[in-house]
Design a protein around this ligand. Structure first.
Ligand SMILES: NC(=O)c1ccc[n+]([C@@H]2O[C@H](COP(=O)([O-])OP(=O)(O)OC[C@H]3O[C@@H](n4cnc5c(N)ncnc54)[C@H](O)[C@@H]3O)[C@@H](O)[C@H]2O)c1
Length: 258
Protein backbone atom coordinates (compact mmCIF):
# COMPACT_ATOMS: atom_id res chain seq x y z
CA UNK A 1 0.00 0.00 0.00
CA UNK A 2 1.52 3.29 -1.12
CA UNK A 3 -0.50 5.61 1.15
CA UNK A 4 -0.99 3.65 4.37
CA UNK A 5 -2.50 5.90 7.08
CA UNK A 6 -2.05 9.09 5.05
CA UNK A 7 -4.91 11.55 5.51
CA UNK A 8 -6.30 12.86 2.22
CA UNK A 9 -8.86 15.61 1.63
CA UNK A 10 -10.57 15.37 -1.76
CA UNK A 11 -12.79 18.31 -2.73
CA UNK A 12 -15.78 17.42 -4.91
CA UNK A 13 -15.25 13.78 -3.97
CA UNK A 14 -18.93 12.86 -4.26
CA UNK A 15 -18.99 12.00 -7.96
CA UNK A 16 -17.06 11.81 -11.20
CA UNK A 17 -13.27 12.01 -11.07
CA UNK A 18 -13.21 13.04 -7.38
CA UNK A 19 -15.25 10.00 -6.30
CA UNK A 20 -12.92 7.64 -8.15
CA UNK A 21 -9.89 9.34 -6.57
CA UNK A 22 -11.40 8.91 -3.08
CA UNK A 23 -11.93 5.18 -3.64
CA UNK A 24 -8.49 4.68 -5.20
CA UNK A 25 -6.57 6.60 -2.50
CA UNK A 26 -8.48 4.60 0.14
CA UNK A 27 -7.55 1.33 -1.59
CA UNK A 28 -3.90 2.39 -1.12
CA UNK A 29 -4.47 2.81 2.63
CA UNK A 30 -5.32 6.53 2.88
CA UNK A 31 -8.09 7.79 5.17
CA UNK A 32 -10.37 10.10 3.23
CA UNK A 33 -12.09 13.40 3.96
CA UNK A 34 -14.68 13.97 1.26
CA UNK A 35 -15.23 17.74 1.06
CA UNK A 36 -18.47 18.14 -0.87
CA UNK A 37 -21.35 20.52 -1.44
CA UNK A 38 -23.48 17.52 -2.33
CA UNK A 39 -23.61 15.66 0.97
CA UNK A 40 -25.82 12.87 -0.35
CA UNK A 41 -23.31 11.84 -3.01
CA UNK A 42 -20.46 12.33 -0.53
CA UNK A 43 -22.13 9.88 1.87
CA UNK A 44 -22.53 7.31 -0.92
CA UNK A 45 -18.79 7.36 -1.61
CA UNK A 46 -17.97 7.35 2.10
CA UNK A 47 -20.11 4.21 2.54
CA UNK A 48 -18.48 2.58 -0.47
CA UNK A 49 -15.03 3.14 1.07
CA UNK A 50 -16.20 1.87 4.47
CA UNK A 51 -17.68 -1.17 2.71
CA UNK A 52 -14.16 -1.94 1.43
CA UNK A 53 -12.81 -1.71 5.01
CA UNK A 54 -11.50 1.82 4.46
CA UNK A 55 -12.04 4.97 6.53
CA UNK A 56 -13.83 8.05 5.23
CA UNK A 57 -15.85 11.03 6.46
CA UNK A 58 -17.85 13.69 4.64
CA UNK A 59 -17.58 17.41 5.39
CA UNK A 60 -20.13 19.72 3.84
CA UNK A 61 -17.91 22.21 2.04
CA UNK A 62 -18.21 25.03 -0.44
CA UNK A 63 -14.60 25.50 -1.58
CA UNK A 64 -15.39 29.03 -2.76
CA UNK A 65 -16.14 30.21 0.81
CA UNK A 66 -13.19 30.91 3.10
CA UNK A 67 -14.99 29.89 6.32
CA UNK A 68 -16.11 26.65 4.70
CA UNK A 69 -12.58 25.82 3.48
CA UNK A 70 -11.21 26.54 6.98
CA UNK A 71 -13.90 24.33 8.52
CA UNK A 72 -12.92 21.51 6.11
CA UNK A 73 -9.33 21.57 7.44
CA UNK A 74 -10.50 21.90 11.07
CA UNK A 75 -12.79 18.87 10.78
CA UNK A 76 -10.02 16.80 9.16
CA UNK A 77 -7.59 17.70 11.96
CA UNK A 78 -10.17 17.03 14.68
CA UNK A 79 -10.93 13.59 13.25
CA UNK A 80 -7.50 12.43 12.08
CA UNK A 81 -4.91 14.77 13.70
CA UNK A 82 -3.01 15.60 10.48
CA UNK A 83 -3.41 16.28 6.76
CA UNK A 84 -1.00 14.68 4.27
CA UNK A 85 -2.77 15.15 0.94
CA UNK A 86 -5.11 17.75 -0.57
CA UNK A 87 -6.76 17.05 -3.93
CA UNK A 88 -8.39 20.25 -5.23
CA UNK A 89 -10.74 18.46 -7.63
CA UNK A 90 -14.05 20.37 -7.22
CA UNK A 91 -14.94 22.27 -10.35
CA UNK A 92 -17.86 23.75 -12.29
CA UNK A 93 -18.35 24.86 -15.88
CA UNK A 94 -20.88 27.08 -17.67
CA UNK A 95 -20.73 27.09 -21.46
CA UNK A 96 -21.70 30.39 -23.01
CA UNK A 97 -20.34 32.62 -25.75
CA UNK A 98 -18.64 35.81 -24.54
CA UNK A 99 -21.58 37.85 -25.82
CA UNK A 100 -23.95 36.03 -23.45
CA UNK A 101 -21.42 35.12 -20.77
CA UNK A 102 -22.70 36.83 -17.64
CA UNK A 103 -20.60 38.41 -14.89
CA UNK A 104 -22.29 35.99 -12.48
CA UNK A 105 -21.07 32.99 -14.52
CA UNK A 106 -17.58 34.49 -14.61
CA UNK A 107 -17.60 35.05 -10.84
CA UNK A 108 -18.92 31.54 -10.13
CA UNK A 109 -16.30 29.78 -12.24
CA UNK A 110 -13.39 31.87 -10.98
CA UNK A 111 -14.59 31.39 -7.35
CA UNK A 112 -14.95 27.62 -7.49
CA UNK A 113 -12.22 26.70 -10.00
CA UNK A 114 -9.44 29.12 -8.99
CA UNK A 115 -10.20 30.90 -5.70
CA UNK A 116 -11.44 27.57 -4.25
CA UNK A 117 -8.10 25.78 -4.62
CA UNK A 118 -6.31 28.87 -3.24
CA UNK A 119 -8.58 28.92 -0.16
CA UNK A 120 -8.29 25.16 0.43
CA UNK A 121 -4.49 25.37 0.12
CA UNK A 122 -4.42 28.29 2.61
CA UNK A 123 -6.46 26.28 5.11
CA UNK A 124 -4.41 23.10 4.79
CA UNK A 125 -0.80 24.28 4.31
CA UNK A 126 -0.13 25.29 7.98
CA UNK A 127 -1.05 21.71 8.99
CA UNK A 128 1.21 20.23 6.30
CA UNK A 129 4.07 22.44 7.49
CA UNK A 130 3.52 21.17 11.05
CA UNK A 131 3.45 17.63 9.63
CA UNK A 132 6.80 18.18 7.87
CA UNK A 133 5.48 16.94 4.53
CA UNK A 134 2.53 17.35 2.16
CA UNK A 135 1.20 16.73 -1.32
CA UNK A 136 -1.21 19.09 -3.07
CA UNK A 137 -2.84 18.19 -6.37
CA UNK A 138 -4.74 20.88 -8.25
CA UNK A 139 -7.04 20.29 -11.20
CA UNK A 140 -6.43 21.98 -14.53
CA UNK A 141 -7.74 20.79 -17.88
CA UNK A 142 -6.88 20.71 -21.55
CA UNK A 143 -8.38 24.22 -21.22
CA UNK A 144 -5.24 25.17 -19.24
CA UNK A 145 -3.31 25.06 -22.52
CA UNK A 146 -5.60 26.35 -25.23
CA UNK A 147 -8.63 28.49 -26.00
CA UNK A 148 -11.85 26.47 -26.02
CA UNK A 149 -15.14 27.74 -27.44
CA UNK A 150 -17.71 29.47 -25.21
CA UNK A 151 -15.62 28.94 -22.10
CA UNK A 152 -13.82 32.22 -21.32
CA UNK A 153 -14.03 32.00 -17.51
CA UNK A 154 -13.36 28.24 -17.46
CA UNK A 155 -10.25 28.66 -19.65
CA UNK A 156 -9.09 31.65 -17.58
CA UNK A 157 -9.51 29.75 -14.30
CA UNK A 158 -7.90 26.53 -15.56
CA UNK A 159 -4.97 28.49 -17.04
CA UNK A 160 -4.64 30.33 -13.73
CA UNK A 161 -4.39 27.01 -11.89
CA UNK A 162 -1.03 26.33 -13.57
CA UNK A 163 0.25 29.69 -12.28
CA UNK A 164 -1.17 29.07 -8.80
CA UNK A 165 0.54 25.66 -8.72
CA UNK A 166 3.94 27.04 -9.70
CA UNK A 167 3.76 30.06 -7.36
CA UNK A 168 2.65 27.91 -4.41
CA UNK A 169 5.44 25.41 -5.03
CA UNK A 170 7.95 28.27 -4.93
CA UNK A 171 6.41 29.84 -1.80
CA UNK A 172 6.70 26.46 -0.07
CA UNK A 173 10.41 26.03 -0.82
CA UNK A 174 12.07 24.08 1.97
CA UNK A 175 8.77 22.93 3.47
CA UNK A 176 8.70 19.49 1.82
CA UNK A 177 5.31 20.18 0.24
CA UNK A 178 4.83 19.29 -3.43
CA UNK A 179 2.21 21.13 -5.49
CA UNK A 180 1.28 19.76 -8.90
CA UNK A 181 -1.61 19.90 -11.37
CA UNK A 182 -3.48 17.11 -13.13
CA UNK A 183 -4.93 18.25 -16.46
CA UNK A 184 -7.63 15.88 -17.73
CA UNK A 185 -8.87 15.79 -21.29
CA UNK A 186 -12.27 14.40 -22.29
CA UNK A 187 -13.35 12.28 -19.35
CA UNK A 188 -16.78 10.72 -19.25
CA UNK A 189 -18.30 11.97 -15.96
CA UNK A 190 -21.60 13.69 -15.05
CA UNK A 191 -19.76 16.95 -15.93
CA UNK A 192 -19.41 15.87 -19.57
CA UNK A 193 -22.19 13.30 -19.87
CA UNK A 194 -24.19 15.20 -22.45
CA UNK A 195 -21.12 15.42 -24.75
CA UNK A 196 -19.94 11.84 -24.17
CA UNK A 197 -23.42 10.55 -25.01
CA UNK A 198 -24.10 12.96 -27.88
CA UNK A 199 -25.42 10.68 -30.66
CA UNK A 200 -23.84 12.71 -33.47
CA UNK A 201 -20.47 13.72 -32.03
CA UNK A 202 -19.78 11.73 -28.84
CA UNK A 203 -17.85 8.81 -30.36
CA UNK A 204 -16.08 11.01 -32.93
CA UNK A 205 -14.75 13.31 -30.20
CA UNK A 206 -13.29 10.30 -28.40
CA UNK A 207 -11.56 9.33 -31.66
CA UNK A 208 -9.82 12.74 -31.74
CA UNK A 209 -7.47 11.45 -29.04
CA UNK A 210 -4.44 9.36 -30.01
CA UNK A 211 -5.76 6.57 -27.77
CA UNK A 212 -9.04 6.71 -29.68
CA UNK A 213 -11.65 6.98 -26.94
CA UNK A 214 -13.07 9.08 -24.13
CA UNK A 215 -11.23 8.78 -20.81
CA UNK A 216 -12.78 7.43 -17.61
CA UNK A 217 -12.30 8.62 -14.01
CA UNK A 218 -10.15 5.50 -13.51
CA UNK A 219 -7.75 6.90 -16.14
CA UNK A 220 -7.10 9.84 -13.79
CA UNK A 221 -7.05 8.26 -10.34
CA UNK A 222 -3.76 6.35 -10.82
CA UNK A 223 -1.94 9.65 -11.38
CA UNK A 224 -3.54 11.04 -8.21
CA UNK A 225 -2.18 8.07 -6.23
CA UNK A 226 1.26 8.53 -7.79
CA UNK A 227 1.42 12.30 -7.13
CA UNK A 228 0.23 11.71 -3.54
CA UNK A 229 2.94 9.12 -2.89
CA UNK A 230 6.63 9.28 -1.98
CA UNK A 231 7.38 8.16 -5.56
CA UNK A 232 6.60 11.75 -6.61
CA UNK A 233 8.84 13.53 -4.08
CA UNK A 234 10.95 15.09 -6.88
CA UNK A 235 7.96 16.34 -8.89
CA UNK A 236 7.03 19.89 -7.90
CA UNK A 237 5.38 22.91 -9.54
CA UNK A 238 4.57 20.70 -12.50
CA UNK A 239 1.60 19.34 -14.42
CA UNK A 240 0.59 16.08 -16.02
CA UNK A 241 -1.77 15.98 -19.00
CA UNK A 242 -4.09 12.97 -19.03
CA UNK A 243 -5.95 13.41 -22.28
CA UNK A 244 -5.21 10.31 -24.37
CA UNK A 245 -2.78 12.47 -26.36
CA UNK A 246 -5.43 14.94 -27.50
CA UNK A 247 -3.22 18.00 -26.94
CA UNK A 248 -0.15 16.32 -28.42
CA UNK A 249 -1.53 15.74 -31.89
CA UNK A 250 -3.92 17.28 -34.33
CA UNK A 251 -4.23 15.29 -37.52
CA UNK A 252 -6.29 16.23 -40.55
CA UNK A 253 -8.01 14.03 -43.08
CA UNK A 254 -5.83 13.61 -46.17
CA UNK A 255 -2.43 14.36 -44.62
CA UNK A 256 -1.52 10.80 -43.61
CA UNK A 257 0.60 8.83 -46.15
CA UNK A 258 -1.21 5.47 -45.93
N1 LIG B 1 -14.72 15.52 -16.90
C1 LIG B 1 -13.85 16.09 -17.70
O1 LIG B 1 -13.82 15.79 -18.91
C2 LIG B 1 -12.86 17.10 -17.20
C3 LIG B 1 -11.94 17.60 -18.13
C4 LIG B 1 -11.00 18.53 -17.70
C5 LIG B 1 -11.00 18.94 -16.37
N2 LIG B 1 -11.89 18.44 -15.50
C6 LIG B 1 -11.83 18.89 -14.11
O2 LIG B 1 -11.81 17.78 -13.24
C7 LIG B 1 -12.49 18.11 -12.02
C8 LIG B 1 -13.57 17.10 -11.73
O3 LIG B 1 -14.46 17.07 -12.82
P1 LIG B 1 -15.67 16.01 -12.93
O4 LIG B 1 -15.86 15.77 -14.37
O5 LIG B 1 -15.46 14.86 -12.03
O6 LIG B 1 -16.88 16.92 -12.39
P2 LIG B 1 -18.32 16.48 -11.78
O7 LIG B 1 -19.26 17.60 -12.12
O8 LIG B 1 -18.68 15.12 -12.24
O9 LIG B 1 -18.05 16.47 -10.21
C9 LIG B 1 -17.66 17.66 -9.56
C10 LIG B 1 -17.96 17.53 -8.08
O10 LIG B 1 -17.55 18.76 -7.45
C11 LIG B 1 -18.57 19.16 -6.52
N3 LIG B 1 -18.52 20.63 -6.37
C12 LIG B 1 -18.87 21.56 -7.29
N4 LIG B 1 -18.73 22.79 -6.77
C13 LIG B 1 -18.27 22.64 -5.50
C14 LIG B 1 -17.93 23.54 -4.47
N5 LIG B 1 -18.06 24.88 -4.64
N6 LIG B 1 -17.47 23.05 -3.31
C15 LIG B 1 -17.36 21.71 -3.12
N7 LIG B 1 -17.69 20.80 -4.05
C16 LIG B 1 -18.14 21.26 -5.24
C17 LIG B 1 -19.87 18.70 -7.14
O11 LIG B 1 -20.89 18.57 -6.15
C18 LIG B 1 -19.47 17.36 -7.77
O12 LIG B 1 -19.65 16.30 -6.87
C19 LIG B 1 -13.01 19.54 -12.21
O13 LIG B 1 -12.09 20.45 -11.63
C20 LIG B 1 -13.04 19.71 -13.72
O14 LIG B 1 -12.93 21.05 -14.11
C21 LIG B 1 -12.84 17.52 -15.89
Amino acid sequence: MKLKDRIAIVTGGGKGIGAEICVRLASEGAKIVIAEMDIENGEKISKKIQGNNGEAIVVETNVAEEDSANNMADVAIKKFGKIDILVNNAGIRHINNILDHTKQQWDDMISVNLTGPYLCCKSVIPHMIKNGKGKIINFGSIASFMGRPDRVAYVAAKSGILGLTRALAVDLTGKNINVNTICPGLISTPFNQKFAEDPTHGKAWGKETIVGRWGLPSDISGAAVFLSSDDADFINGSEIKIDGGWLAAKTRKGEISN
